[in-house]
Design a protein around this ligand. Structure first.
Ligand code: NAP
Length: 479
């Protein structure tokens, strides 16, 4: 990568913030400042908006094949640069290098998937019921988009939005999280190299999210917001979108139940738990937050899970052999500490972990809690850390009632050897996605998203591009 990655990317050019402001990017493994990047303000946002609006018409008219090939080239460039991108991501976000490499591959897949979808945008032609009128149906890009991403998957949350937006023919402004701007800036460089025309994508890094985004959402020229982040911020943005009726996609928080029935294969369930809990150090919207385990197998499940969790190596993500990197920052770690302290105060037993290590960096050990009270705060708060909280249940109805007793509904995990039970429970879970005997649901070819307060719309899969397309219908009477 040749860019310095400390400037904004606006209208195809690398520029400083108009007021010259910069902001620090921290290394969560040391707590030290890694570098400074441009800190955009409202003036920069207006320039990015202007670039997106100016580029929209021509971009919408490009051949789908041309858009597809840009995505395909970008997919290949990302894979060629896996190591560089993984190091960049680990340095700003903390995840171990092996996981960062995994995310690079996952992120690239969204570009490959949507390069294939770009040339499959369909339309239609039909005769209306009166037999006289014809209907021509076409699809068109929704228009300039604002894409807002979180820090936990710095590359993949970007490609999951940029991929379908490019495929559909939308222009866009990406505002990444301030903790992890570098991966997004690197992605902008790759897309430019892959041939993306100037103005189609701008990247504004900022510590002033509200000042930068609100005027865009209220200004009437941005036609779509695609947001991934917490439910609280999602609510604020939905309200801002209401005035100018901006179309929205909302990928919000989770509170995933992980249900282990008495007929589950415990080896499979523990393997699944390790993925569902420990992927990204537990800092994932899909992270298992509440473990409901049948009373007859709860002790054995807890023992095996604690053994596996206790064997994980905690340390800086760049070090060989490390399984668990630091949490994103001191605030994130403080929240995990408070949730564990609250659970312990209410009677939870700590099977492993539970104690913050001395020293620099935002490390927290893999932790397993049993006998967790349903009143504990971590039952209705995203833990966003490596803490598995185990409760027991006696029958299927009780497990379902408690699993569904939450305003969130992103994903649920079910472990049982009974196909009938597996399907029945999956159907009754109030979630957008279910892992049935697996702890991993994310896949670019599958529709990712939640119900209830976990969001609106889907990303990835065949439907991912729909979020960036409108229908237009032309009525043609035939005499
Ligand atoms: P967050 O605090 O909601 O922030 C997400 C993004 O929104 C950041 O870029 C943030 O920038 C920005 N933001 C905050 N307030 C804003 C405002 N008023 N106007 C415009 N932008 C604003 O979430 P996070 O801590 O980064 O990420 C963790 C959350 O994301 C968790 O709840 C997790 O479940 C969720 N998540 C969901 C999915 C999914 O697909 N459903 C995937 C990943 C993560 P600032 O930090 O500068 O405010």
């Amino acid at each position: 990568m040749t860019e310095v990655l400390n400037q904004l990317f606006i209208g195809g050019a690398w520029v400083d913030a108009a007021d010259g402001a910069t902001m620090p990017v921290d290394d969560p493994a040391t707590g030290e400042i890694l570098c400074h990047v441009a800190d955009a303000g409202p003036k920069d946002a207006r320039l990015a908006e202007e670039a997106a609006v100016q580029a929209q018409q021509d971009w919408a008219r490009t051949a789908p094949r041309a858009r597809s090939e840009i995505l395909r080239r970008a997919y290949e460039l990302i894979l060629e640069r896996t190591d560089e991108l993984a190091h960049l991501m680990t340095s700003e976000m903390g995840k171990p290098l092996a996981e960062a490499r995994g995310e690079v591959a996952y992120a690239a897949e969204f570009f490959r998937w949507f390069s294939e979808e770009a040339v499959r945008i369909d339309g239609g032609c039909g005769t209306l019921p009166d037999g006289r009128n014809r209907m021509l149906l076409s699809r068109r890009p929704v228009g300039p988009c604002l894409l807002i991403t979180p820090w936990n998957f710095p590359l993949a949350m970007g490609t999951r939005k940029i991929g379908p937006a490019i495929a559909a023919g939308c222009t866009m402004i990406l505002k990444p999280a301030p903790q992890t701007p570098l991966s997004s800036l690197a992605l902008a460089g790759i897309l430019k190299e892959a041939g993306l025309p100037d103005g189609v994508l701008s990247v504004v890094t900022t510590s002033r999210a509200g000042e930068v985004c609100e005027p865009l959402l209220r200004g009437g020229r941005i036609r779509k917001l695609s947001f991934t982040g917490s439910t609280g911020v999602g609510r604020v943005l939905l309200a801002q979108c209401a005035d100018t009726v901006v179309r929205t996609s909302m990928e919000l928080g989770g509170n995933a139940p992980f249900i282990v029935f008495d007929d589950a294969d415990l080896d499979v369930a523990v393997d699944g738990a390790m993925v569902a809990k420990m992927r990204n150090m537990g800092e994932a919207c899909t992270a298992a937050n509440r473990f409901f385990v049948h009373r007859s197998v709860a002790d054995e499940f807890g023992r095996r899970l604690a053994e596996r969790m206790g064997a994980l190596v905690v340390g800086p993500g760049t070090r060989d052999g490390v399984d668990v990197g630091p949490l994103i920052d001191r605030t994130g770690r403080g929240k995990v500490e408070e949730l564990v302290a609250d659970a312990v105060e209410r009677g939870a037993q700590v099977l492993v972990g539970g104690r913050t290590p001395e020293g620099p960096g935002c490390f927290y050990p893999p932790t397993v809690l049993t006998d967790v009270s349903p009143e504990s705060r971590l039952m209705d708060t995203e833990i966003f850390g490596p803490v598995a909280a185990i409760l027991t249940f006696d029958d299927e109805d009780e497990a379902l009632r408690r699993a569904n007793d939450t305003p969130w509904g992103l994903v649920g995990y079910v472990f049982t050897e009974g196909l009938d039970r597996g399907l029945r429970v999956s159907e009754r879970l109030e979630v957008g996605m279910v892992g049935l005997n697996t702890g991993l649901v994310s896949n670019p070819a599958a529709p990712f998203g939640g119900v209830k307060q976990s969001g609106l719309g889907r990303e990835g899969g065949r439907v991912g591009i729909e979020e960036f397309l409108e229908y237009q219908y032309v009525a043609v009477p035939v005499r």
